[in-house]
Structure formats: structure tokens, C-alpha cells
Design a protein around this ligand. Structure first.
Ligand SMILES: Nc1ncnc2c1ncn2[C@@H]1O[C@H](COP(=O)(O)OP(=O)(O)OP(=O)(O)O)[C@@H](O)[C@H]1O
Length: 218
């Protein structure tokens, strides 16, 4: 049990500041070595769940645990630095840098050693060869930028990888290559991969497909 969502409810301020509940007593346990997808209609709270699971926000009620320990006890920034990496749809790459520099900056922040060689190894694993890794990220295609974002997350040696609609902007073939990387990470490296998506194709290729409905995980 790597990540446990335990009766989590979350609200945002609604009209006249009354809480509007997006998640209502949602629970699920995510295991190592498993690639899980989370589907659900627009506005069902998928991104909210992902931001709570990635330690960007604290749930209004309930508990999220990493290997049995409450994230609040670990500290959200420590949890993000050491254990969980998030890939956003917009990639959030540093656009004035090369792919290698993006990966190395993240490694420096996390305190991961290994330098340029380690960064290049990860980029190569996700299909970015050295000559492309030396280019400014804006000169890469959407699929390549997504791979850089994934390599950046993985180079930090985390055991949870969370991704928000990672294949949303990609053509089917490129999307399939990204899905292959997620499957390989889960099955060969034991990473707990959690992906929020609208894509039924991605969901079919994941190990477990969950759906958010009425604020609950089903
Ligand atoms: N920061 C916020 N403040 C107020 N309301 C918010 C905030 N973030 C999300 N919401 C609301 O919470 C609900 C769930 O949003 P969320 O982004 O989690 O859904 P989603 O399932 O990811 O949707 P989509 O598939 O369209 O990305 C929506 O009604 C949204 O308007």
C-alpha cells in the first residue's frame, strides 16, 4: 500500500461562501507496480483528487497516507520532493532551458546526484536521444515535451507518478508511446502510476480504471 485516500472530502467556497463539496468521503488504496487511471465527467473532481494526492493541497476532511504516514506528518513539500512527482497537461517545463537543464534543475532541487549522465539516461529511457536533449524545449514537439516532463519527474527517483491528462494533446501513436512508458514504469520499476484522463483508450490500457462519480471513487 503506497498511497491511501481515506474518506477524503473536499470543498471549495461556493455561493455566499457556503462550501461546495467536490469530493465526498472518497476512498481508495493505490499499490506499487500498478498503473491506475481515473475517469469521470468534466467537473467531477479528478484534478482536485490529483492535487490532493500529489500534496499540492490538503483535504478539507479525511486523511491521505504515504506508506501509512499522514502527508501532514511528512510535510507536503517534503512529500512532493521525495516521494511523488506530478506531470501536468501543460508540462510546466522551464521554456528558456534545454531538456537536460530541465531535468537537472529538478534533480538539484530534490538533491539527486548523478548530474548530466543521470539526466541523459532518463531522457533516453523515455525516447529523447542526446541530440534532442540538448535542444531548447520549445523546439521539441508536444509529445517530446511531455516525455521531458515525465523524465524530469522520474529522474527525481520518486515511487509515485501522478499525471493529469498526459495524452490530451497528443496523436494516438504518440499517446500510445507515453502509455507504454507508464506501463513499463509500473511493471518493471514498481512505480505507482496514477493518471487522470478522459481517454477510454488510456483507461483500457491501464491495470485498473476507476471512475469519479458523485464525489466518490467507484
Ligand atoms: N480552486 C478552485 N476554486 C473553486 N472551485 C474549484 C477550484 N478548483 C476546482 N473547482 C471546482 O470543483 C469542481 C471539480 O473540478 P476539477 O477540476 O477537480 O474537475 P475535473 O474532473 O478535473 O474536470 P475536468 O475533466 O474538466 O478537468 C468543478 O466544479 C470546479 O469548478
Amino acid at each position: 500500500m503506497v498511497l491511501e485516500i481515506d474518506t477524503v472530502s473536499h470543498s471549495y467556497p461556493g455561493r455566499r461562501n457556503k462550501p461546495r463539496w467536490v469530493l465526498k468521503k472518497a476512498s481508495h488504496t493505490f499499490e506499487a507496480g500498478t498503473f491506475t487511471s481515473i475517469l469521470g465527467p468534466s467537473g467531477s473532481g479528478k484534478t482536485t483528487l490529483l492535487s490532493l494526492a500529489s500534496g499540492l493541497d490538503t483535504p478539507s476532511e479525511g486523511t491521505i497516507r504515504y506508506r501509512g504516514e499522514d502527508l501532514r506528518g511528512i510535510g507536503l513539500s517534503r512529500y512532493r520532493r521525495r516521494h511523488a512527482a506530478t506531470v501536468f497537461q501543460s508540462y510546466n517545463l522551464l521554456t528558456y532551458m534545454t531538456a537536460i537543464q530541465n531535468v537537472r534543475t529538478a534533480m538539484d532541487i530534490t538533491g539527486i546526484r548523478g548530474g548530466r549522465k543521470h539526466a541523459l539516461e532518463w531522457l533516453e529511457r523515455v525516447g529523447i536521444p542526446a541530440d534532442e536533449a540538448r535542444r531548447n524545449v520549445l523546439q521539441l514537439s508536444g509529445g517530446q515535451q511531455q516525455r521531458v516532463a515525465i523524465a524530469r519527474a522520474l529522474a527525481c527517483d520518486v515511487d509515485i507518478l501522478l499525471a493529469d491528462e498526459p495524452t490530451g494533446n497528443l496523436d494516438t501513436e504518440t499517446a500510445d508511446q507515453i502509455i507504454d512508458i507508464f506501463r513499463e514504469l509500473a511493471h518493471e520499476r514498481g512505480t505507482c502510476v496514477i493518471v487522470v484522463t478522459h481517454s477510454h483508450h488510456l483507461a483500457r490500457r491501464s491495470d485498473r480504471a476507476l471512475t469519479l462519480s458523485k464525489g466518490r471513487i467507484v
